[in-house]
Design a protein around this ligand. Structure first.
Ligand code: FUB
Length: 323
């Protein structure tokens, strides 16, 4: 009896010493990689893969802690070769680089064509009321970029589907397999048009796409034979998406891809494939204590597809991408 008691006590001692040690070491190893940039606020990210690196372009949220409005005076660029370590490059572009613009570095996207990098941006127009889309160009993904056109590519008076002055925002660009480039954009109504070979002029009429609860932030990507048009859905924003076998549609709505993002009423997504993995890039109001809708932070999580090509709902994590 005495021996049995000693054995049980011995076992209890062994397990009680081991259990906390295991969970303790797990806690020590836990690394939070979201948001990916923590020394400043970043929003509306778009990314490209070029020569084994990812280049991530973001707006810079600079609203003071007591201001609940966008204060965005420049765009930023970061690069990474593993999606975990991000190198900041010198500020590559500001709204002041467009002589015709009066400010506001809203959402943008860069695309590479024949070794040149075209940066489509949203800004406030200086003389035509409302938001406008401009395009800058560079020989390098990190800039310096300069205005490629000397005037806006899209102005608010070119579209009349809504009465709001910010319905021509959030450009996303796609170059199809036949080399034809398309510009998609919009708030409230999703619009698209062909671009000429020079990437800085429209080539044909502006068309619209009917998408349920479209708010803004269209983003085009392709996987296999499927084209995906993801976008901000309702407000505050979730991200939803539609799929098509052609860049010009018809688009079939497929539901929600990402839920409301933390304490930010916008969510603005980008989707890339890099070194065999798929990534969902978005923003939250994640940096505390002052993060929120006007002090946002870019995050990255993995994206997974189902066998039929639909996308699995994104799981937003604090851990983000691990090495
Ligand atoms: O950052 C300003 C605006 O907020 C963007 O253009 C929208 O997509 C939303 O994220």
């Amino acid at each position: 009896m005495k021996n049995l008691f000693l054995v049980i006590m011995g076992l209890l001692l062994v397990f009680s010493c081991k259990a906390p040690k295991v969970s303790g070491s797990r806690a020590e190893n836990l690394k939070f990689n979201n948001p990916i940039i923590t020394d400043t606020y970043t929003a509306d990210a778009a990314a490209i893969v070029y020569k084994d690196k990812v280049y991530l372009y973001a707006g810079h949220d600079e609203a003071p802690n007591d201001v609940n409005a966008y204060r965005m005076y420049e765009w930023l660029v970061y690069s990474s070769s593993n999606m975990v370590d991000w190198e900041a490059h010198p500020v590559p572009l500001k709204p002041t680089d467009f002589k015709w613009a009066s400010g506001e570095a809203w959402a943008s996207q860069v695309i590479e064509k024949n070794g040149k990098f075209y940066w489509f941006v949203t800004v406030e127009h200086g003389s035509i009321h409302g938001k406008a889309i401009g395009v800058a160009v560079s020989d390098s993904p990190t800039g310096p970029f300069k205005d490629a056109l000397g005037k806006a590519l899209i102005t608010n008076d070119m579209t009349n589907q809504t009465k709001i002055s910010w319905d021509d925002i959030d450009p996303t660009v796609w170059i199809d397999d036949d080399g034809q480039a398309y510009l998609f954009w919009g708030n409230t109504v999703c619009k698209y048009a062909k671009l000429k070979d020079n990437m800085i002029e429209l080539d044909g009429p502006i068309k619209t796409i009917d998408l349920p609860n479209f708010t803004e932030a269209p983003y085009i990507h392709k996987k296999g034979d499927w084209y995906y048009l993801s976008y901000a859905y309702q407000f505050p924003e979730k991200i939803a998406y539609a799929m098509s076998k052609s860049i010009t549609g018809p688009w079939e709505f497929k539901g929600i891809l990402n839920e409301l993002a933390g304490n930010s009423n916008t969510n603005h997504q980008a989707i890339i494939e890099f070194k065999g993995n798929d990534y969902f890039i978005y923003h939250t109001g994640g940096i505390q204590p002052n993060g929120g809708s006007f002090r946002r932070s870019v995050c990255v999580d993995r994206l997974y597809y189902n066998e039929d090509g639909t996308m699995k709902r994104v799981v937003m994590t604090s851990e983000g991408i691990q090495k």
